[in-house]
Design a protein around this ligand. Structure first.
Ligand code: FPP
Length: 238
């Protein structure tokens, strides 16, 4: 194995794209694509548990997704709430610890309540940490991080001369997690879509043409296998 390469990533992040196109291709309503997408997400959690991946971050709803038609936003929030309610016993059984990042107070109250319930119910689990990015935007996160740093300076907890990469990272939503090693994006689009802008600096990217509802455990294994062949240099030479 080349130096600097770990065959299994510690943290996988996924941009689950293509639910709408999948539904359209089947002549179904967009929400059916999201429902199938939730099934694919569940399969990926299982795959990560099998591989002993420690962290899995799923981009489930972006800060920009609020601009979608009200009916789709409402249906997605209902789906999220239902998914959490139904799947929490399964998450407990699989030893999965649920976490969430983003402006969570933007979510409808019922959704927030269920989310906190599920987070609490899985808090002591020691297997995969599943992090849902909800009402998440990378630029907003950086702005919230700057505000948090400024507050710490005002309170005299830190001096501005002490600010460095490691310290700033501790003021982001992701402060408890390592940066992703592997980013997977489905449906062939070659963009970050405001996802984890700070944290993806040295992440290996894997883009597949498959639409998210068609993404299976086997596809995740293939992405991890490809990751194992990458040589990570973090900007240095060998
Ligand atoms: C992108 O497809 C997907 C989303 C905006 C939502 C992702 C949500 C899920 C997979 C379901 C809920 C997930 C969990 C974990 C409960 P798109 O609608 O942008 O597809 P398109 O680009 O083809 O229109």
């Amino acid at each position: 194995m080349p130096p600097g390469t770990k065959s299994v990533p510690q943290h996988i992040a996924i941009i689950m794209d293509g639910n709408g196109r999948w539904a359209k291709a089947q002549g179904l309503a967009r929400i059916k694509g999201h429902e199938e997408g939730a099934r694919a997400a569940r399969e990926c959690v299982e795959a990560c548990a099998e591989l002993k991946v420690e962290y899995l971050t799923l981009y489930a709803f972006s800060a920009e997704n609020w601009q979608r038609p009200k009916s789709e936003v409402f249906a997605l929030m209902r789906l999220l709430e239902k998914f959490l309610k139904e799947k929490t016993p399964e998450l407990i059984e699989q030893n999965v610890r649920l976490q969430a990042i983003g402006r969570l107070t933007d979510l409808p109250p019922a959704c927030q309540q269920q989310l906190h319930k599920s987070i609490e119910a899985t808090a002591n689990n020691t297997g995969v940490t599943l992090i849902l990015a909800l009402s998440y935007g990378g630029r907003l996160e950086i702005i919230d991080g700057i505000k948090s740093l400024l507050r710490a300076i005002e309170l005299g907890h830190i001096d501005k001369g002490m600010i460095d990469v490691a310290m700033f990272s501790k003021h982001l939503y992701t402060r408890y997690y390592p940066d992703p090693d592997l980013l997977i994006r489905t449906s062939g689009e070659m963009r970050l879509s405001n996802f984890l802008l700070w944290q993806l600096s040295y992440t290996e990217m894997y883009v597949t043409q498959k639409l998210w509802p068609d993404f299976t455990k086997k596809d995740l294994f293939a992405a991890v296998e490809e990751y194992g062949r990458r040589q990570r240099r973090y900007g240095a030479v060998e």
